[in-house]
Write a protein that binds this ligand. Structure first.
Ligand code: BGC
Length: 497
């Protein structure tokens, strides 16, 4: 089996978002899971047994999920709003060729961090001559403030960045404006390569009054206010940026997948296979941004998923994302543990107050616990103590591990089913895998990068569904932070000069 995943770096704390609005857990009401009153201590844990059963994703079930995603892809390609997946036309018909030249910029807004990058491109021979980037975390209040505040912040940081530019390394050709590829990692109804309106916020963002607004116009206004004479030449999703950046180095890249705070997949589609592409040339290929996070059918959703969704900033939306991406895995585990605590003897007699804090547990905490291979699970014990101030005995530690593994396994396997749906869609038109052609999925995102068990579960599902032979031609390639380069390259491809 030659399916390759690229080695991940050692665990580093990944950024997570703390911007859910959660109502406090209600005790003593009969109709919510959080309401359960602690029962007498029991030696077995019915909650855990049921949870594991409800989260199971055997191969035939995953096959149904992959087929349902494929059906929604087809429906979304047929008509706007045809299925759960938006299947957004990105207007990216030409991927980077390697010949791009000049100085271009990338702005990246999409998670807890904001990044700005400059790239000096030197054409086919020299490729990336120089690049420089800066990353800043987005203050929490800006994620739920006004568009003027958010874009004002971005423009001011961009102005600082440009002011510090070293003229020796970066050269803007005479008569040209500085051109930007703007990676905006939220669902956008793209109206051209350089404009698009926000469909909805995800991942804990909820900036008021922006839905339906042209995000490039918002950025332009803010840049003007900051005296910045720059032009947005490409508006791209992070999945598209990842695909484009990875394709610059590797011609076999056919899809870009993000598994981080949020999740998404973008891929190369044949134009003739897109019925909704009316009045446009139907030859050649284009990139589709699936927005697969919106998938919602036949998912193994438990009461814990339902309640987390209800308390989120975007209830009822992005349900697949809420089962597979980094922002949510820790929170699902916390909710299960709280319920176990309320209904059995987990963590002793009292329910620890900290266990009731929304988002107290992060996906990187789950990962650290799953890395513990000591006999007495000592680091699980200290992590639980540090986060929840509980003294967990070995039985408790084992139960906690079971909950973590159940949630991570379900997430990784469902993500694998999604990737299979994308690969099979590509295969329908190209027969690449059947003819033994290497097919690369460019992957980015901290969850994938830093969580080995998650990666393994994802990969297992992929092989189970595709079979050894086809899977042996697939490469999941970890292409860290390549979306900024991709955005800059697409700005170059779409330069007006
Ligand atoms: C957004 C996508 C984005 C993904 C990964 C999702 O919440 O809807 O547009 O690509 O997160 O950042």
């Amino acid at each position: 089996m030659s399916l390759v995943t690229f080695a991940a770096s050692p665990l580093v704390i990944t950024p997570t978002v703390r911007s859910f609005t959660f109502s406090p857990p209600i005790r003593r009401s009969n109709n919510t899971v959080m309401s359960a009153v602690r029962s007498e201590a029991t030696s077995t844990c019915p909650v855990l047994t049921k949870f594991k059963k409800d989260c199971a994703t055997p191969t035939p079930f995953l096959r149904d999920v992959a087929n349902a995603i494929a059906d929604d892809m087809q429906a979304g390609l047929a008509v706007h709003g045809g299925g759960d997946l938006e299947m957004i036309l990105t207007y990216v018909d030409a991927l980077p060729s390697g010949k791009e030249e000049g100085l271009f910029y990338a702005l990246d807004l999409g998670g807890t961090n904001f990044r700005v990058r400059s790239v000096q491109l030197g054409g086919e021979e020299e490729r990336v001559v120089a690049t420089k980037s800066e990353q800043l975390s987005i203050p929490q209040k800006l994620m739920i403030g006004t568009s003027e505040e958010l874009f004002g912040f971005i423009a001011s940081k961009l102005a600082d960045f440009v002011a510090k530019e070293e003229p020796g390394r970066f050269r803007l050709d005479q008569g040209r404006k500085r051109e930007i590829g703007f990676t905006f990692s939220f669902p956008v109804n793209q109206t051209s390569i350089d404009s698009g309106t926000l469909i909805k916020w995800t991942k804990g963002f909820n900036v008021s009054g922006m839905e339906g607004k042209n995000v490039v116009a918002c950025l332009n206004e803010a840049m003007e206010a900051h005296g910045l004479d720059m032009r947005v030449s490409a508006l791209v999703n992070d999945g598209v940026g990842t695909l484009a950046g990875a394709r610059y180095w590797d011609k076999d890249v056919m899809a870009g997948v993000i598994l981080g705070t949020g999740t998404n997949a973008c891929y190369v589609e044949q134009k003739h296979a897109i019925p909704k592409l009316q009045n446009q040339s139907s030859s050649g290929t284009t990139i589709i941004n699936t927005e697969w996070g919106g998938f919602s059918k036949c998912l193994p959703r438990t009461i814990f998923d339902q309640e987390m969704d209800k308390d989120s900033l975007n209830p009822g939306e992005h349900l697949y994302e809420k089962m597979i991406s980094g922002m949510y895995l820790g929170e699902i585990v916390r909710r299960v543990l709280l319920h176990m605590c309320q209904t059995s003897d987990l963590f002793g007699q009292a329910v620890p107050a900290k266990l009731e804090t929304p988002l107290a547990l992060k996906s990187q905490d789950l990962c650290k616990m799953q890395e513990d291979n000591t006999d007495d699970l000592s680091s699980v014990g200290s992590i639980l103590y540090n986060i929840f101030e509980v003294k967990a005995d070995l039985k408790d530690r084992r139960r906690v591990m079971e909950v973590c593994d159940t949630v991570v396994k379900r997430g990784g396997r469902l993500a694998g089913a999604g990737i299979v749906a994308i690969l099979e869609r590509i295969e329908r038109e190209t027969k690449r895998l059947a003819s033994g052609q290497r097919t690369v999925v460019a992957m980015d995102g901290a969850l994938y990068e830093k969580y080995p068990q998650y990666r393994q579960y994802m990969q297992d599902a992929l092989v189970e569904l595709l079979g050894d032979e086809l899977a042996s031609h697939v490469q999941i390639k970890h292409t860290k932070d390549v979306s900024g380069l991709g955005a800059a390259l697409l700005a170059a491809t779409n330069s007006i000069y």
